[in-house]
Design a protein around this ligand. Structure first.
Ligand code: IMP
Ligand code: MG
Length: 176
């Protein structure tokens, strides 16, 4: 398998900087609870939070979607809740990618039941052609085609999340 790079490390850094500028304007004068979704959202979220100029609380939430496919089964469960009381606070959910939208819809509804002042969603990637739920990210890095994407938090069988660029695997000639 060969790697075809979609977004180089420098492109990602530039885009993350732009997103941080945007978020610094939106949340100027506010305190925000930033919640990366484990595990995919962490790499992106850690680059992003370092550029925030407003006060940040961080907490983490784990979802699981049962099934063995590469993408979500649609049966999304909250495995580990946050410990922060977000009532009356501004919440920013951060994930690697929004695909069908099932994960973020479920998490957003779950968070809304905790009565935050606001809740917004930021994803590094958006695969709009795959969406089945009526949810759009409030902030997103790049829109992508319907391809299986790896790197920068996105895994293939739990590996490659640490790769600093975003790529797809392509079969080489003669490969099964
Ligand atoms: P959704 O619930 O369908 O929006 O899917 C969200 C989750 O599916 C993401 O947080 C990823 O973990 C995973 N996912 C969706 N598309 C890809 C992909 O192209 N590569 C790797 N993981 C993906
Ligand atoms: Mg994920």
């Amino acid at each position: 398998m060969k790697r075809v790079v979609l977004f180089k490390e420098e492109e990602i850094e530039r885009r993350v900087g732009e997103l941080a500028d945007e978020l610094n304007k939106v949340y100027s004068g506010k305190e925000v609870v930033v919640i990366p979704l484990l595990r995919g959202g962490v790499v992106f979220a850690m680059d992003l939070v370092k550029k925030f100029k407003f006060p940040v609380e961080m907490d983490f939430l784990t979802t699981s979607s049962y099934g063995f496919s590469d993408t979500t089964s649609g049966n999304v469960n909250i495995l580990n809740d946050i410990r922060t009381d977000v009532k009356g606070k501004d919440v920013l959910l951060v994930d690697d990618i929004i695909d069908t939208g099932k994960t973020l819809l479920k998490v957003k509804e779950f968070m809304l039941s905790k009565s935050p002042a606001s809740i917004k969603v930021c994803t590094m990637l958006d695969k709009p052609s795959r969406r089945v739920e009526d949810i759009q990210p409030d902030f997103t890095g790049f829109k992508v085609e319907d391809l299986f994407i790896v790197g920068y938090g996105l895994d293939y069988q739990n590996f490659y999340r640490n790769i600093p660029y975003i790529f797809v695997f392509e079969k080489e000639e003669g490969e099964e």
